[in-house]
Design a protein around this ligand. Structure first.
Ligand code: PHE
Length: 336
């Protein structure tokens, strides 16, 4: 009987069934009602006591080994079916996980921040959800003045008055309210205007506005700062041109053009054959604004400017449709 036990043990160890049916056949053949182990146990009962003593343990060990082995085989097949591991091909070449890239708008915003950081400007943040005071009133927009229509506003509620900021000039107001001059700060951030989405306009976009307030700040300094910025951003040969303009919060005000970096000023489709591209608005901070923010306009003066990040990115990268920046098509984004 001992040799039968050993044969069955060896058979169990060698068996490698690969289907659930084969495992079941093995189980029935060993442990089923007329299985080989079951038969051994029946024979064992007929043996004289001294043989029983010698064979009891090996026989019991065989039975529990068989039960354990069959359970293990059943579980292995089940988990292979669940994960498809049976069809796993470890020799196949790996699929490369695609790396993300920085968004072109984030890159340009960083670059603008960096250019001004190098000449002593700090970077300041403020809320996107604002009130009338910080977006309009403190910036010298009189109530019901048509200048408020320059920027189509998303109003959220009337009381308390809440709206989405239309420019980050609101952050400049907050800085002036809490900090004494000298102030040298840029305010990057998202702004909102109730405009139809097209290749050139969007209801949300990004700005970087700048503010410098101190004793004796002059228009000449503003011009030189903007020339420095334009050359850092668009190249060392870049020229700038200032055209008189109007903003309620600056006096005098100007719009700034840079020489077209695509045609070198000769005239092309992008600059509409003028050789110039408009990039920002600027001016000397209106004394009324300084006063509203608690800064004495007789002691201090300042300049401010504001630009759209999308516009700068379009000019730098030659992108002709603003919507591409917001669609998050990776084929577009991967080019930067
Ligand atoms: N706030 C203006 C805008 O959003 C830009 C600007 C800022 C103009 C500062 C002049 C001075 O269009």
């Amino acid at each position: 009987m001992l040799s039968r036990i050993q044969t069955l043990l060896a058979e169990l160890k060698a068996a490698t069934p690969t289907t659930p049916e084969a495992v079941e056949a093995l189980r029935v053949g060993m442990l089923g009602r007329s299985g080989q182990i079951t038969k051994l146990i029946d024979d064992f009962r007929e043996l004289p006591p001294e043989q029983k003593r010698a064979l009891g343990k090996p026989l019991n060990d065989l039975k529990s080994f068989a039960q354990g082995r069959i359970k293990e085989l059943q579980e292995k097949l089940q988990s292979e079916q669940a994960t498809g591991a049976a069809s796993l091909d470890l020799t196949r070449t790996a699929i490369r996980a695609p790396f993300g890239t920085r968004h072109p708008l984030a890159k340009i915003q960083r670059e603008i921040e960096d250019i001004f950081y190098r000449i002593g400007f700090t970077v300041e943040q403020g809320p996107e959800l604002e009130d009338d005071w910080h977006v309009f009133s403190a910036l010298n927009f009189p109530p019901d003045h048509p200048a408020r229509d320059m920027q189509d506003t998303f109003f959220i509620s009337a009381n308390p008055d809440t709206l989405l900021r239309t420019h980050t000039s609101s952050v400049q107001v907050r800085i002036m309210e809490r900090q004494k001059p000298p102030i040298r700060a840029i305010c990057p951030g998202r702004v909102f205007r109730n405009e139809d989405i097209s290749a050139r306009a969007h209801c949300q976009f990004h700005q970087v506005e700048g503010l410098y307030v101190d004793r004796g700040v002059s228009f000449a300094q503003l011009k030189q700062t903007l020339l420095y910025f334009a050359r850092e951003m668009f190249g060392a040969d870049t020229k700038i041109r200032l055209r008189p303009s109007f903003f309620p919060f600056t006096e005098p005000s100007a719009e700034v053009d840079v020489s077209c970096n695509l045609c070198g000023g000769k005239g092309c489709n992008v600059c509409k054959h003028t050789g110039w591209l408009e990039i920002l608005g600027c001016g000397m901070v209106d004394p009324n604004v300084l006063q509203a923010c608690g800064i004495d306009p007789l002691e201090y003066s300042g300049f401010a400017f504001g630009m759209g990040v999308e516009r700068i990115a379009m000019l730098r990268y030659g992108v002709n449709d603003l919507r591409l920046f917001f669609e998050n098509d990776t084929r577009f984004l991967q080019q930067f």
